[in-house]
Write a protein that binds this ligand. Structure first.
Ligand SMILES: *Cc1c(COP(=O)(O)O)cnc(C)c1O
Length: 409
């Protein structure tokens, strides 16, 4: 079945007692059992049952099944935020003395998580230029626990050659972990690109209009975790990978960043409308990027489908349809960026991505404001760039709004 049909018709694991056509919100904490033997079996994981809502919840489980249907993954774990998905992944595979080989072009908190949070526990992050395959290969050693990058870097709009990087990583037994928040499953096949683990902030495309925070870890079951020093000694679990089993049975219970059932309900509805929203938003983003790339006051437009993008070929190869609802617009100075932004009337000044509303932000002065000039240089952040996240408004209204703001410069 095709993408939306498959997600809309994701089966309930058990039929609903009242025949509800939508999976209900189970907003309870505890689940009771008829006998002590049964509750013991549930705690041991010998029967598929929910015991306590920090560990699992039927509404959250249903949401995970929708992601599984969308991605074709072996297993999916939903968590409270995108940052929880990233932190749980590395809290599971990293160890003191290990290193992560990563692109330096990272979401601000991911950068800070690697450098400050994990850094304090003796984990080293080795930043590499992901356009340079030799540099990636040279950075890997026997203590590398994973390779990490974002699918399209934000706000630089760069794409690494994931299929080629995958070949290097496979030869060296290193898992490829990619933050794919910027392109959802209806337009990108992560497994085909060689990705072993996807981390996604479902706050963005999935939530369905910025209703809630959430994150998922998507495991394609493609990596042999006996090659990871921390997971090598654990017994082989049934049906899931060592990685997913360790998160479910230990890491998420201990860290406690469980997805809330109300969120799972909203984001399940978000999943059902995902393809329709994505296609509309990314089409409008492409049209705006194309239109304003010729505007005399615009220095540069960053969008990977434009002929001017050095990543156009990869973008066409990896993504079906338009490559997402985010584009960047560069002007001559920070002052011009502020004047332009303050004159926008339809577009809102806010952070976040893939809301139904179109948003604009000046990343250097906001998302990266706590970075030192040196860190900004490493992360590739400059102050003449504005990031747009295109929503569901009509193209003409957005075009006219951006055009009138450019006229004031
Ligand atoms: C927003 C975002 C995150 C963090 O997600 P939260 O849900 O806000 O924790 C991580 N990576 C990327 C690419 C993002 O856009």
């Amino acid at each position: 079945m095709s993408f939306s049909t498959n997600i809309i018709n994701t089966n309930f694991q058990k039929p609903d007692a009242h025949g509800s056509i939508t999976f209900p919100i189970y907003r309870n904490t505890a689940f009771e059992f008829a006998t002590s033997e049964e509750i013991e079996a549930a705690f041991r994981g010998e029967i598929p049952a929910h015991t306590y809502a920090r560990i699992s919840n039927p509404t959250v489980e249903h949401f995970e099944q929708k992601i599984q249907a969308a991605s074709g993954a072996e297993s999916v774990i939903a968590l409270a935020t995108g940052m929880a998905a990233i932190s749980h992944t590395f809290m599971t595979i990293a160890y003191a003395g290990c290193n992560i080989v990563s692109s330096p072009r990272l979401f601000g908190n991911t950068f800070s998580f690697f450098k400050s949070t994990l850094g304090a526990f003796g984990v080293e992050v080795r930043f590499v230029d992901t356009n340079n395959l030799e540099e990636i290969a040279a950075a890997i050693d026997e203590n590398t626990c994973g390779f990490f990058a974002e699918l399209i870097t934000n706000p630089h709009m760069e794409i690494a050659d994931f299929p080629k990087i995958s070949k290097i990583l496979k030869a060296k037994n290193i898992p490829m972990i990619v933050d794919t928040t910027l392109i959802p499953w209806c337009a990108f096949n992560a497994k085909k690109a060689g990705i072993d683990i996807e981390v996604v902030s479902t706050t963005k495309y999935i939530s369905g209009g910025a209703t809630s925070l959430g994150g998922v870890i998507v495991d394609y079951g493609t990596f042999d975790w006996t090659k990871n020093q921390r997971l090598a000694a654990m017994p082989e679990p049934k049906g899931v990978s060592r990685f997913t089993h360790k998160i479910r049975s230990e890491v998420m219970r201990n860290l406690g960043a469980t997805m809330c059932p109300d969120t799972a309900y909203m984001q399940s509805l978000g999943m059902e409308m995902l393809q329709v929203r994505y296609e509309r938003m990314s089409r409008t983003a492409y049209e705006l990027a194309e239109y304003f790339s010729k505007h005399p006051k615009v220095v540069n437009i960053g969008y990977t489908q434009l002929e001017s993008s050095p990543y156009k070929k990869l973008s066409d190869e990896l993504f079906t349809g338009n490559p997402g609802a985010m584009f960047t617009l560069s002007l001559v100075s920070k002052k011009e960026c502020y004047t332009f932004m303050d004159t926008l009337k339809v577009v809102r000044r806010a952070t976040n991505l893939f809301d139904n509303k179109t948003l604009a932000i000046h990343p250097e002065s906001t998302i990266y404001c706590s970075f030192t000039p040196e860190m900004k240089k490493t992360a590739g952040i400059d102050d003449t760039l504005i990031r747009f996240s295109v929503g569901l408004e009509n193209f003409e209204d957005l075009k006219n709004d951006i055009a009138q703001a450019l006229e004031t410069l």
